[in-house]
Design a binder for this molecule. Structure first.
Ligand code: GLA
Ligand code: ZN
Length: 672
């Protein structure tokens, strides 16, 4: 299926990035910027992200002239602006006159003015000031031809512990639980004499106070997510009213742990995110990082189940990384087309023109301090620019996925908060990646979904470490399997409900009957320790966890070979209705994961491809409109035995030769 373009009527892939003309305020510089943008094939710039002081230098005194000029210059060359609301950082006069707009840290101290992302989300003054400036921006530019989308604030994140936020937390809890009895039960407060007898006694969990009541900590995280959603709604209220047809987004940060992005994304018109992988180039195997980055793209597509924007990425050195390494030749195009292959309808950068001063002055950019475009980095950006123009048929194309992987923020919150299992690292993300990598390396197209998603239409659901099983999910997974689906489940699943209360009567709680097993105990392996299983006569090592199972209808496919549980099941399958439910009791090495999934995919009838190590395949669209992105993350050249037509050159290829860090986009990919 094909979605309409994110920017209405603009059916090119967006190419551009964050632009801060207000750091220059010089017409000669701006003219050069426009010229260079054109030479790079850039058709969009994100403006105004941290421009509040430039727009309102003193309270109620406005200065829009510079932005008028920039937007006019952009429109003159057919460019689209991602026009930002400036709430990510505030003017000094605002903090000085209204100190309540500043955040309060976990230690209870009011922050000083500095930095950014340093505002209280509850502050009525802050909300009022933001709404005012947003209203003026919307009124002024509502009919401007350059206005493409609204870029709301910047990278929402953090928490505020001020009295206003604490009060809102209590109100939110009252709405959620209605009675204190219900709250006390959900939070299991009889533990350590924590029972509340009045709503006013409740505080935000913090290192100065409560760190042990898991239900409370979980609710605080949910509340923080709600705070951002509520703030986003307040910010966008004037925009939705004045420019109802201009889509709004805020730039997300992949797996950032502080906000449940599945919840926040419901409020967005489209998702966008900022991607800064630290590629090494040659010295280390970048393939696991390539898989991780692919996963994050799929996740960012998953939060809205439709194409997204890559709102920021770095064309060269990311200055805040421990080692601000250059991208090796080809890597910029590779990482950009990886994003597009996984569902991005844009490639955007931080930053267009490099700052001259302050902390981002050495961050990679399109326009370097040298001031012209005759650089190595620009050569690759320009080449990418023309490739993106040639690939405009990709815009709006969906990813044809028959397999889904469940990744869930609330699950991660609860699991990582648990005291028990492995307290150094629960390995949720590692476990998710074990499964993702096995599928990604075989060219399987995957959707990433939350626990609440509709599973209809999928043939395979992979649910690694589903520690928290919320109300209804057990039944939905059961129905999915009964109807013919394949479920892949693992150790660490079915321990707690949505309140972080343990399931009574045997783990994996609501998954027990579906999986046909009872997990009596779980052993935790020490670093460097391993157990072993045999699969198709081959030995594979098992790490980190060893769940102790009893078969209750399932059959064992492999057993532990060491320790006091040698001979006990480590991999099981349960036939249920028309489907099957698998359970893997520990973390297995990659070789097993690959071999096992190869069998599983054949059984579930899901398309897979034979790809050299480090090469991945991302598909968008269907039939004549199918685009196949072949991406080589290895430093060595490789050959892929797939034929098709090069989407850019039209050349017919019987096999695809990829250089190290090379990419090809094919149409009419031949199967079999
Ligand atoms: C983030 C921010 C940008 C910039 C970049 C630098 O993603 O959104 O403003 O600071 O990091 O990499
Ligand atoms: Zn606050």
């Amino acid at each position: 299926m094909r979605f309409p373009p994110i920017v209405p009527g603009f059916s090119q892939l967006i190419h551009g990035g964050d632009y801060n003309p207000d750091q220059w305020m010089d017409m000669e510089v701006w003219k050069e910027d426009m010229r260079i943008a054109k030479a790079m094939g850039i058709n969009s710039l994100s403006v105004g992200i941290f421009s509040w002081t430039a727009l309102e230098p003193r309270e109620g005194e406005y200065s829009f002239g510079w932005l008028d000029t920039i937007l006019d210059m952009m429109a003159a060359q057919g460019m689209k602006a991602m026009l930002a609301t400036p709430s990510g950082a505030r003017p000094a006069w605002l903090s000085q006159k209204y100190p309540e707009v500043l955040r309060v840290s976990e230690d209870g101290l009011r922050n000083q003015h500095g930095g950014r992302h340093n505002h209280c989300l509850s502050s009525p003054v802050y909300r009022e000031k933001v709404q005012k400036i947003n209203t003026l921006l919307a009124e002024r530019y509502k009919d401007h031809p350059a206005l493409g989308a609204w870029h709301i604030s910047n990278e929402y994140g953090g928490e505020c512990f001020c009295p206003l936020c604490q009060e809102r937390f209590r109100q939110w809890l009252q709405r959620k639980y209605d009675s204190l009895d219900a709250l006390n039960h959900a939070w299991w407060t009889a533990f350590w004499s924590h029972t509340y007898t009045d709503w006013s006694q409740i505080e935000a969990p913090s290192r100065r106070g409560e760190t042990s009541v898991h239900g409370q900590k979980l609710d605080w995280k949910r509340f923080t997510t709600e705070q951002f959603i509520d703030f986003y709604r307040a910010e966008t209220e004037p925009l939705k009213r004045i420019t109802p047809n201009v889509p709004c987004t805020t730039n997300l940060m992949g797996t950032y742990p502080g906000i449940d992005y599945f919840a926040l994304a419901k409020a967005l018109d489209f998702a966008s995110w900022d991607n800064y992988p630290q590629w090494t180039g040659y010295t280390k195997d970048d393939v696991p990082l390539a898989a991780e980055t692919a996963f994050k793209h799929d996740l960012m597509r998953g939060v809205k189940q439709r194409p997204f924007f890559l709102m920021e990425s770095c064309p060269s050195a990311t200055n805040w990384r421990p080692y601000a390494r250059l991208h090796r030749p080809g890597v910029h195009i590779l990482q950009s087309l990886q994003a597009v292959g996984h569902g991005a309808d844009s490639v955007q950068y931080f930053q267009f023109r490099k700052s001259r001063g302050s902390s981002e002055k050495l961050h990679g950019a399109v326009v370097d301090h040298v001031g012209h475009e005759h650089t190595r980095v620009n050569e690759e950006i320009a080449r990418l620019g023309s490739m993106l123009q040639g690939l405009s048929g990709v815009v709006g194309q969906d990813t044809p996925a028959k397999a889904a992987l469940l990744y869930d923020w609330q699950n991660a919150w609860a699991l990582n908060d648990a005291q028990g299992l492995n307290n150094v690292d629960k390995k949720y993300f590692d476990t998710v990646m074990d499964h993702y990598r096995a599928l990604w390396s075989q060219g399987v197209q995957l959707d990433i979904l939350s626990e609440d998603a509709d599973l209809a239409g999928y043939d395979l659901v992979v649910a690694p470490m589903l520690y928290m099983v919320r109300e209804g999910l057990g039944q939905r997974l059961r129905a999915f399997v009964e109807a013919g689906g394949t479920l892949m489940s693992t150790f660490g699943s079915g321990y707690v409900d949505e309140n972080d209360l343990c399931y009574l009567g045997g783990f994996p709680g609501p998954l027990r009957a579906t999986l046909g097993i009872w997990c009596e105990e779980i052993d935790v392996l020490l670093p460097g320790e391993s157990n072993e299983i045999l699969y198709h006569g081959q030995r594979y090592r098992l790490f980190d966890y060893a769940e102790q199972l009893h078969l209750e209808g399932a059959v064992s496919l492999a057993e532990y070979r060491k320790d006091f549980y040698a001979g006990k099941p480590a991999l099981t399958v349960n036939a249920l209705g028309k489907g099957r439910a698998y359970f893997l009791a520990g973390r297995l090495e990659d070789g097993f994961m690959r071999a096992f999934y190869q069998d599983l995919l054949a059984e579930a009838g899901i398309e897979r491809f034979e790809l050299p190590y480090g090469c991945s395949l991302a598909l968008r669209g269907e039939g004549e409109e199918e685009y196949a992105f072949l991406l080589n993350f290895a430093a060595e050249a490789c050959k892929v035995n797939l034929s098709g037509v090069d989407a850019l050159s039209g050349e017919r290829l019987e096999a695809v030769e990829l250089e190290g860090h090379g990419v090809r986009v094919l149409k009419r990919l031949k199967r079999g």
